[in-house]
Design a binder for this molecule. Structure first.
Ligand code: SF4
Ligand code: SF4
Length: 365
């Protein structure tokens, strides 16, 4: 069996254009089963306006609502910074307007079911929104880089189905980026049957220091497929990255049978000079060559988040989200406690958390 993935060229967010593209693209997939109850899961990483390029653009969401208009649809998410009011997220990201226009309910993920997963011989009970009992997921990620998982696309967007604080706590259990990807894969395997479609907003995407402090770039694509792992695979090819170099795809391939992929839709070209996060090379060198060296190079080869005081607005989102309490109330980092999960980096609205490299890390990466 071949997995069909549709690539569409689309260079701006004009609603009519996006709708026309999606209308043609989804029809190409020839979906066998369209569920009656649909939960749209955007990437709502932070309460920022669509033009900041951090969240899924509302034009993509409203076009999908129009396409599936005869179904029961809700939009839901559980943002990383759970200390901020969800209303502000809906408003800033542009989803409140959509909900009023189309009479759609907005749901914050709260009540949980549990999925059981086993990683490295340990069992975990992971909470997940109870909405997946009744709804099938229309997964609508944004095409961005990610300092821990290299890219954040279809599979990573599903991490947001885990309600509230558990998301940042899990970082303290899966500290190494490879282990975190292992977790993502096991979690994904438990819920993949509940996802009926993935649509990646790659019109304006983010490269470099994603998922929130990178550089916006007009990639000019929408990528659609039924299974997120195949959609992500094709996004890697578009970005000119070997999928095997992205941990969660490599791990999935090692554990599960991969079907052949058929790419259909518009003619496409590889995105030229796609910039990866600066942490990618750091983790590669550390895990591959330096993990067993205690001194002197291993010790001096490090990166650490640091606050740019000129940009910082003292909102304390970074302090609140840190799973290991490595940031004090006077905004100082405790280097010994920090597990490099980059939650502080993700949650800062003002790009004030930066990655600082030691001299040797700068030299080698
Ligand atoms: S670094 Fe960012 S998240 Fe932390 S207090 Fe300053 S503005 Fe807020
Ligand atoms: S300081 Fe930032 S990177 Fe370090 S553990 Fe806390 S949230 Fe994660």
């Amino acid at each position: 069996m071949k997995e069909k993935i549709v690539i569409l060229k689309c260079d701006n967010y004009d609603e009519n254009l996006v709708y026309e593209k999606l209308n043609n693209g989804i029809k190409l997939l020839n979906l066998k089963n369209i569920p009656n109850k649909i939960l749209i899961k955007p990437n709502m990483l932070s309460a920022r306006k669509p033009e900041k390029g951090v969240t899924t653009h509302p034009s993509v969401i409203s076009s999908l609502i129009k396409f599936f208009q005869n179904r029961e649809i809700i939009i839901g998410d559980s943002p990383a910074n759970y200390f901020k009011s969800i209303e502000e997220y809906w408003e800033q990201c542009g989803y409140k307007k959509i909900s009023e226009k189309y009479n759609i309910h907005l749901k914050k993920f709260e009540n949980s079911l549990f999925v059981e997963i086993s990683i490295n011989d340990k069992n975990y009970k992971i909470p997940i929104t109870s909405l997946i009992k009744d709804y099938y997921i229309l997964n609508v990620p944004k095409f961005k880089t990610h300092n821990l998982t290299t890219l954040t696309l279809g599979v990573k967007n599903l991490y947001g189905l885990i309600p509230g604080i558990t998301k940042s706590i899990l970082h303290s259990k899966f500290i190494n980026p490879y282990d975190f990807s292992l977790f993502l894969v096991e979690f994904y395997k438990k819920i993949e049957d509940k996802i009926f479609l993935t649509v990646v907003d790659g019109i304006i995407g983010m490269e470099g220091e994603g998922p929130s402090s990178g550089t916006l770039r007009n990639f000019g694509y929408i990528i659609i497929g039924e299974k997120p792992i195949y959609v992500d695979y094709v996004c890697c090819l578009l970005a000119g990255i070997s999928p095997e170099k992205v941990d969660f795809i490599k791990i999935y391939k090692e554990k599960c049978k991969i079907n052949e992929i058929e790419i259909i839709g518009d003619k496409f070209e590889k995105i030229k000079n796609f910039k990866l996060p600066s942490t990618k090379r750091y983790f590669f060198i550390k895990n591959k060559f330096l993990s067993k060296i205690i001194s002197p190079v291993g010790k001096l080869f490090k990166i650490i988040p640091s606050i740019n005081k000129k940009k910082c607005k003292r909102c304390y989102a970074c302090v609140n989200i840190c799973p290991v309490k490595a940031i004090s109330n006077d905004l100082k980092f405790n280097r010994k406690k920090c597990i490099l999960c980059f939650c502080c980096f993700e949650v800062c609205l003002y790009k004030a958390v930066e990655v600082k490299k030691s001299f040797i890390a700068r030299f080698l990466t």
